[in-house]
Design a protein around this ligand. Structure first.
Ligand code: PMP
Length: 369
């Protein structure tokens, strides 16, 4: 608190990112980073870009990156916006496209940054409850009883649940809300099946904006690159916000690394395949330990144990130098969000959980009843 703060600053409740603890030999499964690292070609391109020097500003329009992304996604650079992480792309979209008189609709359990942007920009919003098993019902996002959304934001797969909404449902929501922007946050879509992405729909639905990131499937969380795909009019709106905020959100190293990463399709496919394989194995192991694990299409699973308290399991894992994410929100406080790491990290996690559950059974306090 300071008397020098503006009223806006006083009114903020900032987002709290997952921690980056400085513990040695940590099994870090709390922020959905990719254990396999970025394409070696991306790292080489970054080194080369350093060699070229950083004296000059980067390209403010990121033309070469947009061209590479357009080629990868079968569209044109006019359909693409890039930003400093998808968080920045989302922030610009909230202000530039989702802020209207009617409330923004979002699921009640979802990426917890969305309400923070709403608070920052003064956007009214409504949380639409998920059905049992964290299922999102498309029918809940259609205008009804004279009520309609000012805009809609849905992460797909949803975070932190990992559940995937079929593309046909997204199309239904976009078609039923032609006057509202429907933003699909696809931070984790590359870990779903190949035809899950809504990018294929942007030519048919001028109100559909799809946001993706290099942080997860391309293992470049540290470089901060996100992008949006949509009708050129939506993109032009985002550019207006960006050019009223920061002309150079992507630096020369980020641009060089991102272009090389997009072009290394083989690395991308292999890294994604490994994560998906480990996800299936980990899900089976967790279920064998008695965990409830809704099907995940992301690089994490969301798991809860019917007999043991989520917060206490997270604390017990931490004592064993394994960190997972635990949210204190009432509907999900029994759940742990566990990033898919390497097979060795999975094995360490499963061994630790087995031990923790064993201790709980012999009665040292983790038991829920
Ligand atoms: N969307 C969702 C649903 C996320 O979980 C995250 C990661 N916290 C992001 C967007 C932001 O990712 P980044 O800014 O690293 O692109």
């Amino acid at each position: 608190m300071s008397r020098y703060w503006s009223a806006v600053t006083h009114g903020l409740t900032p987002y709290v990112p997952g921690e980056q603890p400085g513990i040695d030999n940590l099994v870090k499964l709390n922020t959905n980073e990719n254990p396999y690292g970025p394409s070696p070609r991306a790292l080489a391109a970054i080194r080369a870009a350093i060699g070229d020097g950083l004296r000059l500003y980067p390209d403010p329009d990121a033309g070469a990156l947009k061209a590479a992304l357009a080629a990868r996604h079968g569209t044109t650079p006019a359909h693409i916006f890039v930003g400093n992480g998808s968080d920045e792309v989302l922030a610009h979209a909230f202000l530039g496209l989702l802020k209207h008189d009617l409330p923004l609709w979002m699921p009640n359990i979802t990426y917890s940054f969305y309400p923070v942007y709403c608070n920052l920009y003064g956007i009214a919003f409504r949380r639409i409850p998920l059905a049992d098993g964290f299922v999102l019902r498309a029918g809940d996002y259609l205008p009804r009883n004279g009520e309609r959304a000012g805009a809609i934001v849905i992460p797909n797969p949803n975070a932190p649940t990992g559940r995937l909404l079929p593309r046909a449902d997204i199309e239904r929501i976009a078609a039923a809300n032609p006057d509202a922007v429907v933003l699909i946050d696809e931070a984790y879509i590359d870990f779903a099946n190949d035809d899950a992405s809504a990018v294929a729909l942007i030519d048919r639905h001028p109100n559909l904006l799809v946001v993706q990131t290099f942080s997860k499937s391309r293992a470049l969380a540290g470089l901060r690159i996100g992008f949006a795909l949509g009708h050129p009019d939506l993109i032009a709106g985002l550019e207006r916000i960006k050019n009223s905020f920061n002309s150079y959100p992507l630096d020369r190293l980020a641009l060089a690394g991102a272009i090389a990463a997009v072009e290394d399709e083989d690395w991308f496919r292999e890294s994604r395949r490994k994560v998906i394989t480990t996800r299936a194995a980990l899900t089976a192991h967790l279920q064998a330990l008695g965990f409830i694990v809704p099907p995940s299409a992301a690089n994490f699973v969301f798991a809860c144990h019917p007999r043991c308290d989520g917060g206490e399991i997270a604390a017990a894992l931490r004592e064993r130098a394994i960190v997972v994410r635990h949210f204190k929100a009432p509907e999900i406080e029994q759940y742990l969000r566990i990033t898919i790491g390497t097979d060795a990290q999975s094995a360490a996690l499963v061994a630790a959980l087995r031990e923790i559950l064993q201790t709980a059974r012999t009665g040292t306090g983790t038991e829920r009843e």
